[in-house]
Design a protein around this ligand. Structure first.
Ligand code: NAD
Length: 321
């Protein structure tokens, strides 16, 4: 089969392209990416074609999607702080871009698996967050993701398309970018730890997250593509764990083998306090898929950043825009 991955040169996208390229049922992998936060080098050693361009270029998008057996839509401006700085650009990439992807797939009924986000749940104290809960987006990013997943489900209901909206939680692992103001927490902490610099914690560090190793995420997505999994409601893609940032720091400390210094800074607007996925839907649709543990995933992640830092032109700091 031919699979198109929008945002395929990004962190999750490039890991997914690698997973898809190794599946015997997949003959062709095409990544469409404007390289705004992704990098061509992320696909350098993978049997995947990279088309450089934007999902907002509808004619290019249609050309790339034509003949595909499935599209995985990951392209986005994936950051709460960036959306706070520029909500219109966030909406265009995340909501309008998703509508364009769905429209490009509609004529030929190409199945679409799309990335949504746990941020749509907002600050509700109830845990774990299950898909039947009311959503309360607290940032332009979360609002755009909710709009995007609504279009994904609406195209399923209205046009009979096979669509799947997956709510990712905090995904981490190799290829995740660091070295810019909007870096996610694990790469930021691991990078600081390896450079023996203080770890900057927003808030008191007691906030919790459901961290999911990228390998576990892309295996589920590739399963969805190969088995044609679709669903008429959003599905959490996380396995129901819950770790505080201070607990995370202790784990990184034990992996690197020395004490880490932390500095506490103000909380960021739009950040939620606690996050943990209900995983019943996920386990029903993908029985037998078990996640990598946080300890093992962090060890692999630290090893990857260590190796990347040793390269002459550091992939870690060089791959981000
Ligand atoms: P990423 O920034 O590494 O990947 C996004 C990719 O989309 C990048 O390669 C970027 O260049 C590309 N892109 C952006 N705008 C584009 C456009 N207009 N046209 C084509 N390509 C474009 O981020 P990621 O963490 O890999 O995120 C992938 C998806 O997962 C996003 O939809 C994001 O919202 C979602 N998500 C990620 C997380 C997480 O923890 N990483 C959590 C929730 C949701």
């Amino acid at each position: 089969m031919k699979v198109v991955v929008t945002g395929g040169a990004g962190f999750i996208g490039a890991n997914l392209c690698r997973e898809l390229a190794e599946r015997p049922g997949v003959q062709q992998v095409v990544a469409l990416d404007n390289l705004s936060t992704g990098a061509a080098e992320n696909l350098a050693d993978i049997n995947a074609e990279l088309v450089v361009g934007s999902i907002l270029d509808r004619s290019l998008l249609q050309d790339v999607v034509d003949g595909a057996d499935a599209v995985v839509h990951l392209a986005a401006r994936p950051s709460v702080p960036r959306s706070v700085a520029d909500p219109v650009a966030s909406h265009e990439a995340n909501a309008t871009g998703t509508l364009y992807v769905l429209e490009a797939c509609r004529r030929d009924g190409i199945p679409v698996v799309a990335a949504s986000s746990s941020s749509v749940y907002g600050p509700t104290p109830e845990l774990p967050k299950h898909e039947g809960m009311a959503t309360r987006p607290q940032s332009p990013y979360a609002a755009g993701k909710l709009a995007a997943e609504s279009y994904v489900l609406a195209h399923g209901a209205t046009y009979g398309m096979r669509t799947l909206a997956l709510r990712f939680f905090n995904v981490y692992g190799p290829l995740q970018s660091v070295g810019h103001a909007y870096a996610a927490v694990i790469p930021a902490f691991v990078d600081a730890a390896l450079r023996r610099q203080p770890l900057r914690v927003h808030g008191d560090g007691q906030q919790t997250r459901d961290f999911t190793y990228v390998g576990s995420v892309v295996r589920v997505i590739a399963d969805a593509v190969e088995r044609g999994v679709h669903h008429d409601r959003p599905v959490n893609l996380a396995f129901g764990s819950r770790t505080s940032l201070l607990g995370l720091i202790r784990k990184i400390e034990s992996i690197v083998g020395y004490d880490l210094e932390t500095v506490f800074e103000a909380s960021r607007p739009g950040d939620v306090r606690d996050s943990q996925a209900a995983d019943v839907q996920l386990r029903t649709l993908f029985p037998g898929r078990e996640p990598m543990s946080l300890d093992d995933g962090l060890a692999q992640t630290v090893a990857w950043y260590r190796a990347a830092m040793r390269k002459p032109e550091s992939q870690v700091s060089g791959m981000v825009a």
